[in-house]
Write a new protein. Structure first.
Length: 218
């Protein structure tokens, strides 16, 4: 039995060895992966930089950053000067706009059927806004007015009562111009920029004189 077991083991060993012939364990050494196609192992070359070269490279980069910063700093004063110039010129434009006289839009004239109403100027006097007006009748018929019916409104649609002086109750035909004033308390004109005025004859109301864009002065 011992001899039979020994012969059986020897036979199995021989068969297994013949079956594994030509097969070998993979080489896991790092040098094997660096081999080229010819089977000669390649060596990874490591370049060692000199300390002087590293310091020179760092110094060059620092010098470049300093030059860029100096160029930006040199451009800044010009930009600041341009902005300062723009700001300094703006007040003069605003001042010109604020100092523009409201009389620039005057006189304002309305005409109907030969009758002319003209606002020549506006001014402030004793807490009132005064409009200097002319009224003329070039028609062939006399015209009567009731100035309490004069309608004055502002740009917000508010109506104001007025005080009229110097204008006649009746305009004769082919007459000369009559001068007078139309006054409104300044306190009532808070928030108003311009006024519109309309006047019609009384009692027939055949004609209508309308003016707009009368500037408000305070």
């Amino acid at each position: 039995m011992v001899a039979a077991g020994f012969l059986s083991a020897a036979g199995g060993y021989t068969v297994g060895r013949e079956a594994l012939k030509g097969i070998k364990q993979p080489d896991a050494r790092p040098a094997t992966n660096l081999s080229d196609a010819s089977g000669v192992p390649r060596r990874e070359e490591v370049t060692i930089l000199r300390e002087a070269d590293i310091l020179a490279d760092v110094k060059a980069q620092m010098d470049g950053n300093v030059r860029r910063a100096e160029s930006v700093g040199a451009a800044s004063p010009a930009s600041a000067q341009t902005k300062a110039t723009t700001v300094s010129t703006s007040p003069s434009l605003t001042s010109d706009m604020l100092t523009a006289s409201p009389q620039a839009n005057l006189p304002i004239v309305a005409q109907d059927q030969g009758v002319t109403l003209e606002v020549r100027s506006v001014r402030q006097q004793d807490g009132t806004m005064v409009m200097d007006v002319n009224l003329t009748n070039r028609g062939s018929q006399p015209v009567k007015f009731l100035y309490s019916f004069m309608n004055v409104t502002d740009n917000q649609g508010r109506s104001f009562s007025t005080n009229t002086e110097g204008l006649p109750a009746e305009l004769p035909p082919n007459s000369e111009s009559f001068s007078g004033t139309v006054s409104i308390p300044i306190a009532l004109l808070e928030g108003s920029n311009n006024l519109a005025l309309s006047l019609t004859d009384y009692p027939n109301q055949n004609l209508k004189l309308q003016l707009s864009g009368i500037p408000v002065v305070r």
